[in-house]
Ligand binder design. Sequence first.
Ligand code: IPM
Ligand code: MN
Length: 351
Amino acid sequence: MKKHRIAVIAGDGTGPEVINEGLKVLAAASKKFGFEYETVDFDWGGERYLKTKEVLPADAIEQLKKFNAIYLGAIGHPDVKPGILEKGILLKLRFDLEQYINLRPVKLYPGVWTPLKDKGPEDIDYVVVRENNEGLYKGMGEFRNKGTKDEVAIQISYNTRKGVERCIRFAFDYTRKRNKKKKLTLCGKTNVLTYAFDLWERTFYEVAKEYPDIKTDYAHVDATCMWMVKNPEWFDVIVTDNMFGDIITDLAAMTQGGMGIAAGGNINPEGVSMFEPIGGSAPKYTGKNVINPLAAICAMQMMLKHLGQDEAADAVEKAVMTATSGKIKSMSAGKMGMSTKEVGDYIARLI
Ligand code: IPM
Ligand code: MN
């Protein structure tokens, strides 16, 4: 039987604590469902950067390409200037490994508090497919007359037909496979961003012709934010560009109980994918055994699914649901009614 090789980048702050609980759950799932795996740890992150002045070793990408998946904790350190680690590690891995999809399920689990009044698990259950390699994140632009009163800062949204099309195709395929409402919504801003979203819109409706079984819909990004709050049940799958995807998925995460439970996958369908809890490194909670590991556990669930361990993935999801509807009191750090380690032990036991 195939052995899954998993690269573990626990990272900064509370990253190692939550990853530890996710790995506990992986061990329990492997025992129960009889698959084999091995993990290799990488110490990349803020601490290593402060010590060595190197963000990533030169052969980092080559090393990672040898794995079946990457499990990432969190990147971000209070003593490192914002941007260095984000661009130098997280975005570099996403770009250089061509993880062109950022997949973010938005699912309210039973028992989890949502700020949306009168909405429950049956209303909040959709997935955002965020383009992950282009757009404003490409880093194109320049300063003109920097530091003068005539300064201009230009930041370009870079969208290629190939990049947009592969993302949209992934979203259509995903909507079909998900097999729920079979509805794909393009989230854009065609009324203002008349180059970028003209390309997105044309590509969307061209590709749609190949998926007659999928209903299509379009919403401007500002309206998308309104509907996500007022009528989240309208959504099934949303596809959007990198920047809009970044913003709407934080809003979405809040409606599903917050960063304590929200997970995401950086997917290269033909290569190595990377799974992460989407909250940051939460330095103020580091080492206190209070951070919620469910987001990391849900990222592990996504990884298991991606590796083809469907039974194990389903068991992890079921265990999380049992935990949220029972013993775990809140999704917030320090308010769970259990410690970080206890939550991990509990989920592992449920499996
Ligand atoms: C995310 C994060 C990153 C992003 C940051 C840390 C660079 O906010 O994964 O959504 O903007 O993509
Ligand atoms: Mn973000």
